[in-house]
Ligand binder design. Structure first.
Ligand code: GLC
Length: 381
């Protein structure tokens, strides 16, 4: 009798376990820790993104998703980057033109806030002599040296990023020699720098620099860098402004020290509302991001596509830029940033916020203050 009761009890608990499991598994697989109480996505958002939205059918992506532990393995030899971009400074046509001058004290502030990495965008192409040597102007190079040393001296990983070479986007074949000559000089100058200086080949390839030409240039420029920096980490983003789907168009050489990078600014009309350089973006002002189920799902699925690429290609991936302009509604901005970081961390994707101060900034360089509430979104707990 006692045995029978026990059998019934154990059958019942097994049934309860099954019911709980079938309810939980889809949530675990999709990673949807959605708040069921969130309001429906707002209508009336103008959808004219500069950066394209994925084309792969959602069903395929959801089922092909694999455990993030694979990505973890790909990361075994590098730390997970939690960084910030020191933009609008050395990638302006002339340093200071866009109101930001990098100061040594910033690195201390950044480090103390909890970041372990900085990305330094630099417009090298504006500071060279004429062909065939395209010698980089020495005082400009010294400015870059200082900034790199400040970052490294504060124990941060430093990504030196070649930014805004717009002539290359216009005329990839005509400007190829200049691109390679610049990399030969950077590579030589920093060959003895510590391993936590990383190189990033080119920010956001786009326009006439299509996948075929870019893949060819990736091979050539990596070969140039490898002559003097055989094992330095090199970051590479895809075409179309390095959106996630462009990862699938990358053809990388065999090299254990490459890291792929993508930029994430979706929904574009939300993150770039009122951006002076985006035509028509003033009409996007007021666009909210409420963290609805579908808004979150779009981000989760996008990151899963990046992780899947990483797993299939055995190359780690990081989010080299993501951010929201500070004209956006502060509550929406905080929610979006928090969710991006949460999803990035859950997928073991390193991340670098765009940008430290000015337009998309989270630090007020004049008053020397972090904007309220934003750091907590980047570093919860
Ligand atoms: C890209 C651009 C940079 C811009 C940022 C946000 O990195 O190069 O200038 O501020 O995206 O749009």
């Amino acid at each position: 009798m006692k045995k029978k009761t026990q059998r019934i009890a154990s059958t019942l608990s097994f049934l309860i376990f099954l019911i709980v499991l079938t309810n939980c598994v889809p949530l675990m697989l999709n990673g949807d820790e959605y708040d069921e109480k969130t309001s429906p996505q707002s209508d009336g958002v103008i959808k004219t993104p500069k950066k394209t939205v994925h084309q792969e059918p959602l069903s395929t992506m959801a089922t092909s998703y694999q455990s993030p532990t694979h990505q973890e393995k790909a990361y075994s030899d590098i730390q997970i980057l939690r960084g910030i971009n020191l933009g609008n400074a050395l990638e302006a046509p002339n340093p200071g033109d866009w109101g930001v001058t990098i100061k040594q004290e910033y690195f201390q502030i950044i480090r103390e806030a909890g970041f372990n990495a900085v990305r330094i965008p630099v417009r090298f192409s504006e500071h060279t002599g004429m062909e065939p040597t395209y010698l980089i102007n020495e005082p400009f190079f010294e400015l870059v040296d200082n900034v790199l040393n400040w970052g490294l001296g504060h124990g941060l990983a430093v990504i030196l990023d070649f930014h805004h070479f717009s002539e290359l986007m216009e005329d990839p074949i005509g400007e190829m020699d200049k691109f390679l000559a610049i990399w030969a000089q950077i590579s030589e100058r920093y060959q003895n720098f510590p391993a936590n200086l990383y190189f990033e080949l080119l920010n956001e390839p786009h326009h006439n620099l299509n996948a075929e030409l870019w893949n060819d240039l990736i091979d050539k420029s990596i070969a140039v860098i490898r002559k003097r920096n055989p094992t330095r980490k090199i970051l590479v983003g895809g075409v179309n402004f390095s959106d996630i789907d462009s990862l699938y168009e990358l053809r990388l050489p065999e090299d254990d020290n490459l890291i792929a990078t993508f930029h994430y600014y979706e929904p574009f009309t939300f993150t770039h509302q009122g951006a002076s350089w985006e035509l028509g973006s003033s009409t996007w002002l007021g666009t909210l991001w409420q963290g609805t189920r579908s808004e979150k799902r779009e981000i989760t699925l996008a990151f899963e596509r990046a992780v899947n690429w990483s797993i299939s290609n055995k190359v780690p991936v990081i989010i080299g830029e993501f951010g929201v302009i500070n004209q956006a509604d502060p509550t929406s901005r905080a929610k979006w940033i928090k969710f991006i970081v949460q999803e990035a961390e859950r997928h073991n994707l390193g991340w670098l916020y765009w940008v430290f101060c000015s337009d998309f900034g989270i630090y007020d360089c004049q008053n020397k203050l972090w904007y309220e509430g934003v750091l907590d979104c980047l570093f919860p707990e």
